[in-house]
Design a protein around this ligand. Structure first.
Ligand code: NAD
Ligand code: AHE
Ligand code: ZN
Ligand code: ZN
Length: 368
């Protein structure tokens, strides 16, 4: 079938709106009509050429929501008409990783996913006979996509696509990092580096679990008001202090119980670790850093009890946890509406990248 898609032909170039050809679902796959997709910083990261796994030409996008229109042979967990959120971290419930209690990183299809292919090693997407790569197993910058059955979470039908698409990455990553991975305790002092589409969700997750102090760090002063609305108690602009680590240790009376790096910058990753409390502070890396980047610190920081760790997709097991997070939104436990600052049609998708780079948007959503 012909579908409308934003194609990334080359790193650094704007996306190009094209009519591409999509093959139907094969065994264990589903065809999904994408109704809305968010634009995450990771899409910009891959488009920039910084992603060591970045492949071109490709259809990017990994933060979608839509409706199952067709299922391939053997699919049992969803049927046409079901509302779903695509999962870049699938949940097969049978691989060594799914069966391990300490990780959400299902590896069942990770190999082919990283090669921009479906699990059988082929692509379903082409343009005038030329193969296009899938992206993060999702490719939501198209009004239809094909996904493995294990990479869709079935959600309630009354949830609005233009809002809950954001649960496909940003909301789950930020809230989940607090709830599922760090397991922040009530009364904790939490520090959040980067108050964008992810960091603001860390803030609302921290407020949800009862953190007593939530310190936000951003070079964009405009983030202060929205972060306060989501639960931030203190704000520091690194440009306004001599030493950001000392400023955090001072304001938290000894250091963070938990810090979250939501930027993707190896310098702020080090600051986030070193701003943790001696003896027990844990720093969680969420930001994705470019090819060739490395983190460093004095080992003494870890010897003296700080913990450095990371999280992908907020530690969420997609098919199990995403429907619950949709319920949290529908029940008013989390706020998504105020984070979606821009909604646009597909042919304006390049504006979403511009708004992100200019610091003018929190989340842009394409509504098909
Ligand atoms: P964003 O662009 O919306 O937000 C980034 C924020 O960081 C902005 O508010 C910006 O002003 C701030 N910032 C930039 N440089 C800074 C600095 N030096 N000091 C302080 N603040 C600074 O991006 P996002 O969508 O929130 O994504 C954040 C990061 O998380 C990206 O690296 C993205 O790739 C990554 N990410 C990771 C996962 C995961 O599963 N681990 C999931 C989603 C996104
Ligand atoms: N491909 C990159 C890393 C990109 C990355 O870390 N992706 C996160 C999700 S970011 C969502 O916005 C992730 O889930 N990672 C785990 C995984 O298996 O991909 C690189 O550096 O090679
Ligand atoms: Zn993302
Ligand atoms: Zn698995």
């Amino acid at each position: 079938m012909d579908v409308r898609a934003a194609v990334a032909f080359k790193a650094g170039d704007p996306l190009s709106i094209e009519t591409v050809q999509l093959d139907g679902p094969r065994d264990g796959e589903v065809l999904v009509e994408i109704m809305a997709t968010g634009i995450c910083h990771t899409d910009a990261f891959t488009l920039s050429g910084d992603d060591p796994e970045g492949l071109f030409p490709a259809i990017l996008g990994h933060e979608g929501a839509g409706i199952v229109r067709e299922v391939g042979a053997g699919v049992t967990s969803v049927k046409p008409g079901d509302h779903v959120i695509p999962l870049y971290t699938p949940e097969c419930r049978e691989c060594e990783y799914c069966l391990h209690p300490k990780t959400n990183l299902c590896q069942k299809i990770r190999g082919t996913q990283g090669q921009g292919l479906m699990p059988d090693g082929t692509s379903r997407i082409s343009l005038n006979g030329e193969k296009l790569h899938h992206y993060m197993g999702c490719s939501t910058f198209a009004n239809f996509t094909v996904l493995p059955e294990i990479a869709v979470a079935k959600i309630r039908p009354d949830a609005p696509f233009e809002k809950v698409c954001y649960i496909g990455c940003g909301v789950t990553t930020g809230v989940g990092a607090v709830v599922f991975d760090a397991k922040v305790e009530p009364g904790s002092r939490v520090v959040v580096f980067g108050l964008g589409g992810i960091g603001l969700n860390v803030i609302q997750g921290a407020r949800m679990v009862g953190a007593s102090q939530i310190v936000g760090i951003d070079i964009n002063e405009d983030r202060r008001a929205i972060a306060e609305k989501f639960g931030m108690t203190d704000f520091i602009n690194p440009k306004s202090v001599d030493n950001i680590v000392e400023a955090i240790v001072d304001i938290t009376k000894g250091g963070a119980d938990y810090s979250f790096e939501c930027i993707g910058n190896v310098t702020t990753m080090r600051q986030a670790l070193e701003a943790c409390h001696k003896g027990w502070g844990e720093s969680i890396i969420i930001g994705v850093a470019g090819a060739g980047q490395e983190i460093s610190t004095r080992p003494f920081q870890l010897v003296t009890g700080r913990v450095w760790r990371g999280t992908a997709f907020g530690g969420a097991r997609g098919r199990t946890d995403v429907p619950k997070i949709v319920d949290w939104y529908m029940d008013g436990k989390i706020n998504i509406d105020d984070l979606i600052t821009h909604v646009m049609p597909l042919d304006q998708i390049n504006d979403a990248f511009h708004l992100m780079h200019e610091g003018e948007s929190i989340r842009s959503v394409v509504a098909y």
